[in-house]
Design a protein around this ligand. Structure first.
Ligand code: MSP
Length: 690
């Protein structure tokens, strides 16, 4: 390490695909990392927090094309949307990397050149499956009927001359490293998944794709671009200034890569460490995967489409409670971290969040603070009293809470850390009821010195507990923490707080508190109907998605024209009344409608929609799309899979229930019932129908 450069605590989020807007899934990961970085600073460590956007993916290029926006404009707008959203949620990264930046390209090309020079890259033919949606290559055994078994996403057959990375050379070294570094992969049960995956045998991996005008060109071979995952992982190293910046080692190795479970085993726990080993670079110290938000009714945790846009939800909290947007943003940070059972999948519900807002923030924390400050104003003119003793039970509890809080944070169980802090909040609310300071005040007013002292004990203990909690939550709610402390008469920036500030006794007797004001006013209306959910983002027609929303993205607003024809909408019965008004059209008009034979690869119900089925159809060799069809009352998903149908292939995409439908099926109308059309013999998919 270069002299004078202290190693920073370096923490990263995954970089998010810019094929859609953020939602509370990507927000959870990013908020968690922001919380962990702030927590490190609270501990007195110099934290360096990185997030960014993954822009070189074919699916991003596809999304831009579908939206009819030049790809560079498209990624610029989306990257800005991510940055803006994070800012509104008080997420403050030290750097935001975009993989279309020259600094990233340079490091990726250098990395690949060095791998080639070291003999770990060779040219061969790749023949197999690729899922654009997952941006992942799959083996034959990992694919069933055109669908990747692991992710449920469609795959296409690819045959390309590609460069390969000798991943197979690293299985044993990876296993040794995992064994020698028990903290490396977290949580423990996911480590076992990685070990199993490696033991199955690692195969060399294709690390390029044919150059279709988007992506980082392979150095010395412009016919190919670097496979997006290979490129994306290098972002973590690119920001350190490797290899030229003399200070790059003040950041590398990363202390923590933090992410959702789906990109843990294959990419962050296997491929990335192997890439680093190949260049003899130090491995990240810890790699952690949290579970997913799932939504009731959504299959297999593929929930991106049903999750709200983070700042729309903040606005809802603010509107319904009357809290400032900034405080509502902090509430949302709290709610996401508190609701998620870190490590495992967790059901997400807006209503649960609103309910918890009321119980934890408006009631529990709000009561402790407001009641105490109000009583202090009433009984002691707002001046913090001096008692002749501390309440040992509460001091011991506060100490225990600090220890448990630290343990949970170390294990990335952010929900448990908050739960622990609320033990003190809960106990204190009871404590106040038990000790009844209003009664103590009455006796004290009659000149009883013992009662006056006991009143001082009660009030000081309550105020000081609120202060300790205010400091503990500062990484989670930086703005609210400052507001809590301000009401207690302490003017401070949450960034200057340190762990010793959580020690008992920080509140100075004789100091003055401010006027009590509810920081988190109660929400009166807790119910959230479909219309509200719709407006929160994912199903809002103004917000048309450009991709079938992998987790991590929410619909893209203003990218496409929402006044287009409904595509894939429930097949409407012909309007007999209107028949007379249908004029004749010429053949050239008819030919504008592109009808194609397609095969249904997969079908599943759409959560909370009784009539809709979500279909994955193969409409051509390289043309797999999602179509929503209103046929759930007439066909079961099972009877549809494998069947040929006729689709309108050139309708503008349209978003329904948070899912983008990219076409429409043709069906005959039998008294309102949809009878699907199919060719009377099997023909190649993609055959034109005229
Ligand atoms: N671009 C890759 C990552 C490359 S990192 C070198 C990618 N991007 S993504 O946009 O799809 O983001 C995925 C991440 O978003 C997940 O790993 C997770 O952190 C977060 N989430 C997306 N959906 C989520 C849920 N439903 N629930 C919780 N987190 C989720 O993969």
């Amino acid at each position: 390490m270069t002299v004078g450069t202290e190693k920073k605590y370096y923490i990263t989020t995954p970089i998010y695909y810019v094929n859609g807007l953020p939602h509370v899934g990507s927000a959870l990961t990013t908020i968690s990392c922001d919380v962990l970085a702030r927590y490190q600073r609270l501990l007195g460590n110099d934290a360096y927090f990185l997030t960014g956007t993954d822009e070189n993916a074919p699916k991003v290029q596809e999304a831009a094309a579908k939206a009819g926006v030049p790809v560079l404009d498209f990624v610029n707008r989306l990257a800005e949307a991510f940055e803006d959203c994070w800012k509104k949620l008080h997420i403050e990264p030290n750097d935001f990397i975009r993989t279309t930046e020259p600094r990233h390209l340079k490091v990726v090309q250098e990395f690949v050149t060095r791998l080639k020079d070291a003999g770990y890259v060779y040219l061969d033919t790749y023949e197999g499956w690729y899922s654009v949606s997952d941006e992942t290559f799959f083996r034959d055994s990992e694919v069933k009927e055109g669908i990747a078994i692991e992710t449920g996403k469609p795959v296409v057959r690819v045959q390309e001359e590609n460069y390969f990375f000798k991943l197979s050379a690293f299985g044993d070294r990876l296993l040794e490293h995992i064994e020698a570094n028990p903290e490396f992969l977290q949580p423990e049960f996911r480590k076992n998944e990685v070990i199993g995956f490696i033991r199955e045998g690692l195969r060399d991996m294709s690390i390029t794709r044919a150059n279709k005008g988007w992506g980082i060109p392979v150095p010395g071979d412009g016919s190919k671009v670097i496979y997006v995952w290979f490129d994306a992982l290098i972002n973590y190293l690119a920001v350190t200034g490797w290899p030229d910046d003399p200070n790059w080692e003040s950041r590398w190795p990363a202390d923590l890569h933090f992410m959702g479970k789906e990109i843990f085993v294959r990419f962050h726990a296997t491929l990335w460490p192997a890439m680093l080993m190949a260049l003899n670079l130090p491995l990240p110290k810890q790699v952690y995967a949290h579970g997913w938000w799932t939504v009731q009714g959504a299959k297999g945790g593929k929930t991106g489409a049903s999750l709200p846009h983070p700042t729309r939800l903040t606005q809802l909290i603010s509107d319904r409670s009357g809290a400032d947007f900034d405080l509502a943003a902090d509430a949302q940070r709290y709610l996401l971290c508190r609701e998620m059972n870190f490590g495992l999948d967790t059901e997400y519900s807006v209503e649960n969040c609103l309910r918890r807002y009321n119980t934890d923030l408006a009631n529990d924390l709000g009561n402790l603070l407001n009641r105490t400050i109000n009583m202090l104003a009433k009984f002691c003119d707002g001046v913090v009293p001096k008692a002749d003793r501390h309440d040992t039970e509460i001091v011991a509890l506060a100490e225990q809470v600090r220890t448990e809080f630290q343990k949970s944070m170390k294990e990335f169980r952010l929900n448990t850390a908050l739960e622990t802090a609320w033990k003190l909040v809960g106990r204190m609310n009871k404590y106040i009821d038990e000790r009844a300071p209003w009664a103590q005040a009455k006796v004290a007013a009659s000149g009883d010195a013992t009662a006056a002292n006991e009143l001082a004990v009660t009030l000081y203990t309550s105020l000081e507990s609120a202060r300790v909690v205010g400091v503990l939550v500062s990484p989670f709610m930086p703005v609210a923490s400052e507001a809590v402390l301000k009401q207690l008469g302490i003017s401070t920036s949450s960034q200057t707080l340190r762990w010793k500030d959580t020690e008992w006794g920080g509140l100075m007797p004789g100091s003055r508190t401010a006027d009590p004001m509810p920081i988190f006013p109660r929400i009166q209306e807790l119910s959230v109907d479909d219309d509200v959910l719709f407006a929160l983002g994912s199903a809002n027609p103004e917000h048309v998605s450009t991709e079938d929303q992998k987790e991590g993205t929410s619909p893209v607003s203003d990218m496409t024209n929402s006044s287009t024809l409904p595509i894939g909408s429930p097949i409407p019965p012909p309007d007999l009344e209107a028949k007379e008004e249908i004029g004749l059209i010429g053949i050239e008009d008819f030919m504008k409608v592109h009808l194609q034979v397609a095969e249904i690869l997969a079908a599943e119900p759409v959560p909370n929609a009784t009539k809709l089925l979500r279909l994955i159809v193969q409409a051509g060799e390289d043309d797999t799309r999602t179509i929503l069809a209103g046929i759930a009352e007439y066909y079961t998903p099972e009877e549809l899979v494998g069947r040929q149908v006729v689709v309108v292939a050139n309708l503008q995409p349209r978003k329904m229930r948070g899912i983008e439908s990219q076409g429409m099926l043709l069906a005959a109308d039998l008294d309102g019932r949809a009878i699907l059309l199919k060719p009377d013999q099997v023909v190649p998919v993609g055959s034109r129908v005229r």
